[in-house]
Write a protein that binds this ligand. Structure first.
Ligand code: C5J
Length: 221
């Protein structure tokens, strides 16, 4: 077992039964010009997570840890996108509309795919999810069970939406989740701060939070 100082208390993990999960580091969310920015958001706050996440991913790959990437998106005919999701907030650009990087959040489009820096390697799991959580309408549960994974080290975007939803879903399924504070990002600084606090509050109500350099050290011990 490895131990890393975390909030609210030390997180223990065995790299052999722990997966690194990288949530939705897609061009449409992270890059200037993409869907996220077109909705009025500042993507620099998400881009800040790229370098630290790349360092964790490199260490995980070097040490043979199980790596999972997720992508939020939909079929080209939008049959897996509820009208409520499509219409929410009456946005000027909707999922499926043409955007700077192809049709917004549609599988197979350039913008739906993961940014160059964090592209999956052959053999790494890529979970295509229609919802915010990575367990809803995917085979993530089966993959984790089959692979003997008990704990998740979680990175990605956005902190208070897809990261939170996935960590909550995982916690309810019995997985212990460590969220890396500098490897997750929100368009809203306040949500980033409070989102991280919420995870570790009440004795770790649904997880732990730690900075990535400490976790890299623990992985390579
Ligand atoms: C959002 C996500 N924010 N990946 N998606 O709609 O957090």
């Amino acid at each position: 077992m490895r131990t890393v100082e975390a909030e609210p208390y030390a997180f223990e993990f065995d790299p052999a039964t722990t997966a690194l999960v990288i949530i939705d580091m897609q061009r449409d969310f992270v890059l200037p010009g993409g869907f996220g920015e077109k909705l009025g958001n500042d993507t620099s706050l998400l881009l800040a997570a790229v370098e630290p996440t790349h360092r964790v991913l490199t260490k995980a790959r070097e040490t043979g840890m199980f790596v999972i990437h997720t992508r939020e998106g939909h079929r080209p005919d939008l049959s897996d996108c509820p009208p409520a999701k499509l219409d929410r907030g009456a946005p000027s650009m909707r999922i499926g509309d043409p955007g700077a990087f192809g049709r917004i959040l549609i599988r197979g489009e350039y913008g739906h795919d993961i940014i160059d820096e964090l592209q999956p390697l052959p053999g790494e799991e890529v979970i295509d999810k229609p919802g915010k959580g990575a367990f809803y309408a995917t085979d993530l549960s089966e993959i984790l069970e089959k692979s003997g994974i008990r704990r998740l080290i979680v990175t990605g975007v956005t902190t208070e939406v897809c990261v939170h939803t996935t960590v909550r879903e995982a916690n309810d399924r019995g997985y212990e989740c460590l969220v890396l504070a500098d490897c997750v990002g929100s368009y809203f600084p306040e949500f980033q701060r409070v989102g991280l606090q919420m995870i570790a509050a009440q004795g770790g109500i649904f997880g732990w939070v730690a900075p990535s350099p400490d976790v890299i050290t623990a992985i390579q011990e």
